[in-house]
Design a protein around this ligand. Structure first.
Ligand code: GRF
Length: 191
């Protein structure tokens, strides 16, 4: 069972999933592996980590395409070379077309740094602080055509502390993301 992970930057969630697959009995039991890490940015730091771990990498630069549809078609072609059971968005900062989402229906997931359905979109941590939220968190969810919607697969909650900045809150949430995202991948692969 092949897992393909899409990143745009650091890829720390991708790294957490790779490490979990390397360590985990579940990966061996289900013949599961991270088959490829694909980025829309050539300078995404996570590509280096993937290469060091012997994982195939590819770049599909969205700037080389005139339309979202053309980019998504090229991206899907690259993904489908690996015949994925699961496609994992991990800090992948592109909005995907309905056609792309439909093509991967049932096998496309994302992690979002808020307690969905609150705070879809960007700047989730600053918005949670500004609203006076006592709690924040992260959500693993299925991807549908509507941004940051789709069934919730797992969540983690963290407190918002009195002196939090967006950066300190983001760091607290991210440590939880690294726990729940590999766990969700494992559960889906086992199904
Ligand atoms: C994470 O907070 C994720 O929830 C959001 O972007 C961040 C990506 O971090 N979508 P990383 O690239 O996995 O380190």
């Amino acid at each position: 069972k092949n897992i393909v992970i899409l990143i745009s930057g650091t890829g720390s969630n991708m790294a957490a999933i790779v490490r979990a697959a390397e360590r985990g009995q579940w990966a061996r039991r289900h013949h599961a592996q991270v088959a490829a890490v694909i980025s829309n940015k050539a300078d995404a730091a996570g590509l280096g980590f993937a290469k060091e771990h012997g994982i195939a990498t590819a770049v599909v630069d969205h700037k080389a395409f005139d339309t979202r549809e053309a980019f998504d078609t090229a991206l899907a072609a690259e993904i489908d070379r690996h015949q994925p059971t699961l496609v994992v968005l991990s800090g992948f900062m592109r909005i995907l077309t309905p056609g792309f989402v439909a093509h991967y229906a049932g096998r496309l997931i994302n992690i979002h740094p808020s307690l969905l359905p609150a705070f879809t979109g960007l700047n989730t941590h600053q918005r949670a602080i500004d609203m006076g939220c006592r709690f924040a968190g992260a959500t693993v969810h299925r991807v549908t055509a509507e941004l940051d919607h789709g069934d919730i697969l797992d969540q983690a909650v963290v407190p918002v502390l009195p002196n939090d900045t967006a950066a300190t809150l983001a760091a607290r949430v991210l440590t939880q993301e690294h726990l729940i995202y590999p766990r969700a991948v494992e559960r889906l692969i086992a199904d």
